[in-house]
Design a protein around this ligand. Sequence first.
Ligand SMILES: CC(C)(COP(=O)(O)OP(=O)(O)OC[C@H]1O[C@@H](n2cnc3c(N)ncnc32)[C@H](O)[C@@H]1OP(=O)(O)O)[C@@H](O)C(=O)NCCC(=O)NCCS
Length: 182
Amino acid sequence: MLSLPVKFQDDMKSKTPKESLTIHTELVLPNDTNVLGNLMGGKLLHWMDVVSAIAAHRHCNRVVVTASVNNVSFSQPIRLGEIVTLQAKISRAFTSSMEVFIDVWVEDNTKGKKTKCNEAIYTFVAVDQLGNPINVPELVPETDEEKERYAGALRRRQLSLILAGKMKPEDANELKAIFKVS
Ligand SMILES: CC(C)(COP(=O)(O)OP(=O)(O)OC[C@H]1O[C@@H](n2cnc3c(N)ncnc32)[C@H](O)[C@@H]1OP(=O)(O)O)[C@@H](O)C(=O)NCCC(=O)NCCS
């Protein structure tokens, strides 16, 4: 039987979402805003990409690339001078791909009250030096929210692969199941 080097075996040990937790805080400066004085969507997407890439890297300790941006919702504007906190955690690991949830809070600059304002879901793939996908450790969710996000990740992966033309809708059993009327 082929035995793997100890370092590689350790790298492939299952992990929990909190091991990938990445938190990033920014102050919205004039250069980050649009003509209305609100944070540009593209700037937030960039911060989300960086914070979620670090979370994915923490899960697998490998080079990761963004494979898809599955969902981004901008539920309220973020204004000049406000403090933005982004929190990213792996929600599920598949073979080489990892789904990452990003929750965004905005902090009122007079009262300091934090309000959840955005959410996004990115998918990263771990790659070797040649850019070929490589295996990542399994993820074991712990909290109720982590378990819920873990369960939904399979459906979101199927939808993303269908939209990318990499999966046939008829093969997406878990996704189809939510549209079935009993
Ligand atoms: C992402 C990438 C590595 C996938 O490589 P590929 O040869 O298409 O590999 P595969 O089709 O075998 O897919 C590999 C994994 O990616 C996942 N994947 C590929 N496209 C996906 C998509 N649109 N949504 C979700 N997952 C996707 C597959 O499901 C698979 O996951 P699994 O191993 O966990 O089952 C490759 O497409 C790539 O390098 N893309 C460019 C990445 C990049 O430059 N990002 C920055 C964007 S500006």
